[in-house]
Design a protein around this ligand. Structure first.
Ligand code: PLP
Length: 377
């Protein structure tokens, strides 16, 4: 959403070239909404969604914890003023020397999804707490996470027993239902799996304490999405259903839901053309595309709201593409995007809901185009 503060920034600062502007008041509101929706869960912001220092500083000052995927992200969070006790090293794929570095920096909580990773942590971070990630089907997510992370629940039991044997603290279970998850029920099956892992381990005298319920909370793009409150109610109901009155500690790791709606990208129309005189559809080329920060338009998965100064004029679907010389740099073609027929070269367009997964996905200098500039206001 283009807030008044963002509109004012564009009007007064008139930045040259494509750029992202993030309104930190919206991030603050999102944090508060998660806090209220799940008052008993600790919030671990998924840093990869947008690691701008001002966002990390704001969230650190609000009391957030952080989910990091690399030593560089851990260092950014420490720099922002949060202590190592507020950091989870949540990537299941880590070099042993990075685990050692994180351990030296004071990080005590690590994700695993196999025996081999447990061995690395036992060597490089002795005594650390570990949680094992279980697979979920990702059904209903607009940006699903496939089978890359996690193991089947029966294997998670073995992995956590092994961690215990190697002197680690087997602390809990994690899952991620898939990003931009618009189905409130998605957490239910994963929590049922988590409870089964808890029960199996309890039989062996290992008492897990924590369920990391991951991210997946959506941003409103073109369609409405349920509120944080609705997610909170559905998740709390599922927790109670499966764990009864012995609720574990819980964590959520919002990324997209924390920053997505706080950002707007300003872009410019570079060209409007057709491929033949008879061509029914225009091609609209912007100065930003898949390589400039809009990578999540891959397979036309994420469909951003686009505003122009000519909204209100007659609309017609067009192919929307980026400025680079890679033919993959087309955002919407199978499902064309309606834009005003009067839209012309030099017009400014605002791409909303772009606070998450844009600056971090922008290439360094493909075709000489600079990485996406960003301002946090
Ligand atoms: C990316 C990621 C998240 C954030 O996911 P969103 O869908 O953006 O909320 C949370 N946890 C882990 C482990 C992740 O990799």
């Amino acid at each position: 959403m283009t807030t008044e503060r963002i509109a004012e920034f564009f009007k007064t600062r008139r930045p040259e070239g494509p750029c992202l502007v993030v309104d930190r008041e919206v991030v603050r509101d999102n944090y508060t909404a998660f806090r209220r929706a799940l008052p008993d869960s600790a919030i671990y912001y998924a840093v990869k969604a947008n690691p701008a220092p001002q966002i990390l500083e704001l969230l650190a000052s609000l009391g957030s914890n952080f989910d990091c995927a690399s030593v560089a992200e851990i260092e950014m969070v420490l720099e922002a003023g949060a202590g190592a006790e507020r950091i989870s090293y949540g990537n299941t794929i880590k070099k042993e020397r990075d685990i050692a570095r994180a351990h030296a920096l004071g990080v005590k909580l690590f994700a695993v999804d196999c025996h081999e990773e447990v061995e690395k942590i036992a060597r490089a971070a002795p005594g650390a707490k570990v949680f094992c990630r279980v697979l979920t089907d990702g059904e209903g997510a607009e940006w699903p996470l496939s089978r890359k992370f996690g193991c089947v629940p029966p294997m998670a039991v073995d992995v956590l027993v092994y961690a215990h044997q190697l002197g680690l603290e087997s602390y809990g279970v994690s899952f991620h239902v898939g990003s931009q998850m618009t189905k409130l029920e998605a957490w239910d099956a994963a929590l049922a799996d988590a409870k089964r892992v808890f029960a199996q381990l309890a039989k062996q005298g290992i008492y897990l304490q924590m369920v990391n319920m991951g991210g997946g909370f959506p941003t409103k793009y073109l369609r409405d999405v349920p509120t944080a409150e609705a997610y909170g109610q559905a998740i709390f109901a599922a927790l109670s259903r499966h764990f009864g009155n012995q609720l574990p500690k819980t964590i959520i790791e919002p990324g997209r839901g924390m920053v997505g709606n706080a950002g707007v990208i300003k872009s410019e129309v570079v060209l409007v053309s057709k491929k033949s005189d008879e061509d029914a559809h225009r091609w609209v080329f912007l100065d930003i595309g898949k390589f400039g920060g809009l990578a999540e338009t891959m397979d036309e998965a994420i469909r951003y709201p686009i505003r122009t100064e000519r909204d209100g004029d007659e609309m017609e679907p067009c192919v929307l593409a980026g400025p680079t010389c890679d033919s993959a740099d087309v955002m919407y073609e199978k499902n064309m995007y309606p834009l005003p027929i009067t839209l012309t070269i030099g017009d400014e367009v605002l791409i909303e809901g772009t606070g998450a997964y844009t600056t971090t996905y922008a290439s360094v200098a493909f075709n000489g185009f600079e990485p996406l500039k960003s301002y946090v206001i």
